[in-house]
Design a protein around this ligand. Structure first.
Ligand code: PLP
Length: 341
């Protein structure tokens, strides 16, 4: 199969139109068979549930080429399960797991010419999502839904090496206690936009959100979970009901324990103890781990000993091991790599 003529290593993280996308409609209590289409546009009634009351959830994963030339995705079954949990919380129907994985597979296959080659650092980002599509004006769930998947090639997250980030402790909250912080819903992102725009204006890369109830514990950033390394090489990751269960973070916890023999603590992490950690990273699909070099709490700077030049050594080991598993250089735990072709 001939690849598209794209300068893979200079791609950014933006939308690039690809040839095919998957669509399935839910009506009268059932999903239809689903099709691949070349039509990238959606025509909706002006009163559609998604437009009025933000009834929409999404997922994010990537397809890439392994060292031996296969196109694969990483643990898509977990994206299916998380979408199911997100949909349930917003009173939306379940898109079955087997169908989700099949739809991802078909969409990637149809766009195989856009899957970047091994070694380019680029990937094909896959965006499954679901939304209420029929008119809703009284506040209630929609009766009809559309599930779609599109994909877009994205460039290497770190061009010229991973530079540690500077983040600030935010005065805004991203999730209410017992709210929707633990599901992947557009509404959590809409409310984070002001916080990220102002953070950027003030020279910070990201916001560290604290627990909304007491504002003393570390939660996550707008789109990535935290991972800390203690001075005696333990991995510590915040546990909370209002953070999004990152598949990358859960995979890194397994890698830390089973591949690197590190001790892992999943527990509440107080902002007060962050100054004692040796390393800090942000985990998510896009970058796997982004190192954090500095955390600023209202003018008070916490400088991680790993510094502002490179990833800390333990973070780097975690990063190299997980990306090695993803790329087929290291043996993966059973079920982690889903081969598309
Ligand atoms: C998607 C997301 C993450 C990262 O999850 P991955 O499954 O690792 O990509 C973390 N936090 C939030 C708020 C997210 O939406």
């Amino acid at each position: 199969m001939e690849k598209k003529n794209i300068d893979w290593s200079n791609l950014g993280f933006g939308y690039v139109h690809t040839d095919y996308r998957y669509v399935s409609n839910y009506k009268n209590g059932a999903w239809d068979d689903g099709v691949l289409t070349e039509d990238a546009n959606i025509v909706l009634n002006e009163c559609a549930g998604v437009l009025q009351y933000a009834q929409t959830v999404f997922e994010g994963l990537k397809a890439y080429t392994t060292e031996d030339g296969h196109i694969v995705t990483f643990r898509p079954d977990l994206n299916a399960e998380r979408l199911e949990a997100s949909a349930a919380r917003l009173e939306m129907p379940v898109f079955p797991k087997e169908r989700f994985v099949d739809a991802v597979t078909r969409t990637v296959k149809a766009n195989a010419a856009y899957v970047p080659p091994y070694g380019s650092g680029a990937t094909l980002y896959i965006r499954p999502y679901m939304f209420g599509s029929n008119p809703v004006i009284g506040v209630k769930p929609a009766d009809e839904y559309q599930f779609r998947i599109f994909c877009t090639p994205v460039g290497p997250y770190f061009k010229g090496g991973a530079k540690p980030l500077t983040i600030r402790v935010s005065d805004f909250d991203r999730a209410a206690p017992h709210g929707t912080g633990n599901i992947k819903a557009g509404l959590n992102y809409a409310m984070s936009l002001h916080a990220i725009v102002t953070a950027h204006q003030e020279g910070y890369d990201e916001n560290m959100y604290l627990d909304p109830g007491t504002r003393t514990k570390v939660e996550e950033t707008g789109g990535a979970n935290f991972l800390f390394i203690t001075k005696d090489n333990k991995v510590v990751t915040p546990k909370s009901d209002s953070i999004l269960p990152s598949i990358t973070r859960r995979s890194l916890v397994h890698v830390a324990r089973e591949y690197l023999g590190l001790e892992v603590e999943e527990r509440e992490v107080y902002l007060d103890e962050v100054k004692d950690f040796a390393e800090c990273g942000l985990c998510g699909t896009a970058a796997v781990i982004s190192p954090v070099g500095k955390i600023v709490d209202h003018g008070k700077e916490i400088c991680l000993p790993s510094g502002m030049a490179e990833m800390g050594p333990v973070t780097k080991k975690l990063y190299d091991t997980l990306t090695g598993i993803q790329m087929g250089r290291l043996e993966a735990p059973s079920g982690w790599i889903h081969v598309i072709e």
